[in-house]
Every structure is written in structure tokens, then in C-alpha cells.
Design a protein around this ligand. Structure first.
Ligand code: PEP
Ligand code: MN
Length: 267
């Protein structure tokens, strides 16, 4: 595996950002140093993953669940990057989290679905990004409101961020449905139409909430011309500290990526 100089990854990050399909994977949450490192190594060994993801601060719906390891997980991500050559991406929801992430050389930031719904929070993140050259991915808000999603894009763009991408992670609905978050594909398609040229990747993990239908959703996204996928993976999915039902091993991810029928120009 390639070891990299973490001070000079801008070019690598650029090439990954522009690659199609863009594949992001890693655990829902960073749990321990060993878990982050082993996940990164097993993902890198597949040769199919472009960016390593992990949640450091977890916005849990109810108190009492694991709310993330916090700042102490950032050096683990930095080490995983150094050891594997995979650039890293994490979720940020406050100005302080942006500062901490950049301090530990996080390459790509993402704004989560529970943050996109709150213009004050998005503005705080955007203000912390002023004068910074880092790519930012913006998840759709948890509720099916395209204007909020567009507003978040505009706030980040107005802060001077040039590289903005979108993540479609589905929309919450009351009551049991087949999906954890209904995909409402038409909204993602409309968002693409209104932001021509902006990359959009799909997050089957948070749409499905379970492993057995991940493949169908991922394939549908590729058939709809999405630019890539962000899929949660864990070395021991059943015992993950968050989102256990939807995570898959790095090896299962590799199989899944081989089974997907890609667009001709990407394969
Ligand atoms: C996550 O990616 O682990 C996450 C919390 O996602 P979302 O913001 O889509 O719920
Ligand atoms: Mn998750």
C-alpha cells in the first residue's frame, strides 16, 4: 500500500474528486484507533475506494446513543490516510468542527442531513470555510425540501467554496417503510436539473438502513447517472456502535462494486 505525505495531498484529492464513479466508504462512526486503521487498510486493499469516510461527531436523533468519539478520532483518520494513501472525509456541523477537521488535514468535508435543515448551522459552517480551499459535499436535508438543500449550497458557495458536491441520502417519513429514508428519486433528479454540472453521489446506506437492498439502490443510482456512491463499511458490521444494520464489510463492498453494472464511459 502506498504511504503518502499528508502535507501534499491536494493533487491526489483533486484527481479523486474528479474521478467517476467516485467511491467513498468507511464506518458510520470512528470507534477505536484499531477499527479505523483496519477498516482503511481493508478498503485500500480492494483498490476500489477513493476516499475514507468516518463520523467523528454523530448527530443522533435521540440522546443516549453513541454520539461520536469526538476530536480524539481525528488523529486516527490522519494516520489511516498516511498508512493507506486514502484521502479522508468527515461530517462537520459547527464552526469549531470545521477548524478541528482542517487542523488534522481532513481532505473533504461533508454537511449532514440534520445540518442542511438548519440555515443558522449551515451559515456557521460556511463562515468557518471562508478563505479555505477544501471540497465540500452537502447531503440533502432529512425532510423533502429542495429549497433548503439549494440554500445550503448557496451559503457554502457564497463563502467562496468552489468545489461543491451533493449527496442524496433519502428523506425521512413517518411510519415504517421499506426504506429507512425514502429515496424520492424525483427530488434528486430535480436537484441535479437545478444544479447542472454539480456532482451528485448516492448514499444507499442511509436510504436503505439495511444491507439486503443496498445493491438495488446503488444500481438504480448509477442507472440514473449519479456520479458515485458513499457506502458505510465496518470490520464487524453487526457490532458497529452506530448504524449496525446497514454496514457491510470492506470485502462485501468490493463484491458489490464488482457486481454493479457501471455506465459505459466509467467502466
Ligand atoms: C452518516 O453519514 O453517518 C450520517 C449521519 O448521515 P445522514 O446525515 O445522512 O443521516
Ligand atoms: Mn451512519
Amino acid at each position: 500500500m502506498q504511504a503518502i505525505d499528508t502535507n501534499n495531498t491536494k493533487e491526489l484529492v483533486q484527481s479523486k474528486w474528479n474521478k467517476r464513479p467516485l467511491i467513498i466508504s468507511g464506518p458510520c462512526s470512528a470507534e477505536t484507533e484499531a477499527q479505523v486503521l483496519e477498516t482503511a487498510q481493508r478498503l485500500a486493499a480492494t483498490g476500489k475506494v477513493d476516499l475514507l469516510r468516518a463520523g467523528i461527531w454523530k448527530p443522533r436523533t435521540r440522546p443516549g446513543s453513541f454520539e461520536g468519539i469526538g476530536t480524539k478520532g481525528l488523529p486516527w483518520m490522519q494516520q489511516a490516510k498516511k498508512a493507506t494513501g486514502l484521502p479522508i472525509t468527515i461530517e462537520v456541523a459547527t464552526g469549531k468542527q470545521v477548524e478541528d477537521a482542517l487542523h488534522f488535514d481532513v481532505d473533504v468535508l461533508w454537511i449532514g442531513a440534520r445540518t442542511t435543515v438548519n440555515p443558522f448551522s449551515v451559515q456557521e459552517v460556511a463562515d468557518a470555510l471562508r478563505g479555505v480551499d477544501v471540497p465540500v459535499l452537502i447531503k440533502n436535508p432529512i425532510n423533502p425540501d429542495l429549497e433548503l438543500w439549494i440554500g445550503a449550497v448557496e451559503r457554502v458557495a457564497k463563502a467562496g467554496i468552489k468545489q461543491i458536491g451533493l449527496i442524496h441520502r433519502g428523506f425521512s417519513a413517518y411510519g415504517n417503510t421499506e426504506y429507512r429514508n425514502a429515496p424520492m428519486w424525483h427530488l434528486a433528479i430535480e436537484m441535479k436539473r437545478r444544479n447542472p454540472g454539480m456532482m451528485m453521489i448516492n448514499d444507499p446506506s442511509h436510504i436503505c438502513g439495511r444491507r439486503d437492498i443496498l445493491m438495488d439502490v446503488a444500481q438504480k443510482a448509477i442507472d440514473l447517472d449519479f456520479d458515485g456512491l458513499i457506502i458505510e463499511s465496518h470490520i464487524d458490521p453487526d457490532n458497529a456502535w452506530s448504524d449496525a444494520k446497514q454496514q457491510i464489510t470492506p470485502e462485501r463492498l468490493s463484491e458489490m462494486l464488482s457486481e454493479i453494472v457501471w455506465r459505459k464511459e466509467d467502466s
